[in-house]
Design a protein around this ligand. Structure first.
Ligand code: TRP
Length: 371
């Protein structure tokens, strides 16, 4: 199947690795992922999805983890939040979002981490390498805890450790994420370093790749997030998109100007339109001038709908073919399982826990985990 190409792929790069990536793309491995909590939205696309597609298309091996165990840090896996969607539906819809945006399953590995036992097993040695105090001061965990309005579970507390398993199991060195994930990445780096110090060189210390695309706000002027209900889902209709932007918060000034500090809502709408069209927000502001908020909203609606039209068409097509989506996951799970088995045996060997009988079928072999 061919993948859609978008002419307006937003520029997304962290300068630090530009030369390295240009040099030998296959010397890297990119890992990123998402929790299957609901439909991906425009903020995801502009912030990280487009960047992942770009890295894939530049020839870097990419692995995408669907973090289904992470979902239960703040809810039950069966909690459909009134949408009637099962976890399984949400996982499929995430795969459809990825593929519609240009992720190519022939090149990129996509899998749910619950399906790979060897990955999860890395959590045990990793837990021994971090202290309770280190986990408790993680600001992203603290924020999640506050939002969840539940007591702190052991899983939420150790969320960054599980995420380290997601990243380190495949020897990833580059992790494209949003700013909120940086504290987690620090824990991954710490664990890799400490493991290597204690047991000998085993893991690469992964680095974050921050997208330079500025954060876009939700239609209410707050951070765009699924839980706030202020997003533009990738799969939304053109009418729903228009409606969402019509209701977007602006301010009382007539003439449109790009002033992110003083006029954050206007600036965010300009940024969205600019990223979609591959132009500068300042230039768009000038072109709109005293056309005011009405014209700005019309412009941003059109820019988003133009950008997403091919993605949406492909998404609709993919959602009709659940057999294909499931096959992509099975395929990805097989690849991820092989990578995880390989890493786990290296970890066990480093820790002096290699009890294999020498015929490759010993108790520490890939399929030999006794419980
Ligand atoms: N915690 C990430 C989020 O909430 C999702 C995620 C899970 C992830 N595992 C990962 C991101 C590994 C990057 C790398 O968005």
């Amino acid at each position: 199947m061919s993948t859609p190409t978008t002419t307006h792929t937003p520029p997304a790069r962290s300068a630090a690795h530009e030369s390295g990536i240009a040099g030998d793309p296959t010397a890297h491995r990119v890992l990123s992922g998402d929790r299957p909590t609901g439909a991906l939205h425009l903020g995801h696309y502009l912030g990280t999805l487009a960047n992942r597609v770009r890295l894939q298309d530049a020839g870097l091996p990419v692995v995408l983890v669907i973090a289904d165990y992470q979902v239960i840090t703040d809810r039950d896996s069966t909690d459909s939040r009134g949408t009637g969607e099962t976890l399984r539906d949400r996982v499929r819809s995430l795969v459809a979002d990825y593929l519609a945006c240009g992720i190519d399953p022939a090149r990129t590995v996509i899998f749910p981490h619950s399906a790979v036992p060897a990955l999860n097993q890395l959590m045990l040695p990793f837990l021994s390498l971090v202290t309770d105090a280190e986990l408790r001061r993680n600001p992203t965990v603290k924020a999640e805890l506050q939002e969840s309005k539940r007591p702190l579970s052991g899983l939420l507390l150790t969320y960054p450790v599980h995420q380290a398993a997601d990243i380190l199991f495949c020897d990833a060195d580059l992790v494209p994420v949003g700013k909120d994930q940086l504290p987690h990445l620090e824990v991954s780096r710490l664990i890799a370093r400490r493991f290597n110090d204690r047991y000998g060189p085993t893991f690469t210390e992964p680095e974050a790749l921050l997208s330079p695309a500025p954060l876009v706000l939700g239609t209410d002027g707050r951070k765009m997030s699924k839980s706030a209900g202020n997003t533009i889902p990738l799969g939304a209709s053109e009418d729903a998109t228009a409606q969402a932007f019509r209701g977007a918060r602006t301010d009382a000034e007539r003439v449109i100007s790009y002033e992110p500090e003083r006029r954050p809502e206007i600036a965010s709408l300009l940024t969205i339109a600019a990223l979609c069209r591959g132009e500068r927000p300042e230039d768009l502001a000038e072109a709109i001038g005293d056309g005011g908020a009405v014209m700005l909203k019309r412009l941003v609606t059109e820019a988003v709908n133009d950008l997403l039209r091919p993605i949406r068409a492909r998404r609709r097509e993919l959602m009709r073919d659940t057999g294909f989506l499931d096959a992509v996951l099975l395929d990805g799970t097989a690849s991820a399982t092989a990578m995880a088995a390989d890493m786990l045996s290296r970890v066990r060997a480093a820790m002096g826990m290699d009890y294999s009988r020498g015929d490759g079928q010993g108790v520490s072999g890939a399929a030999g985990g006794h419980r």
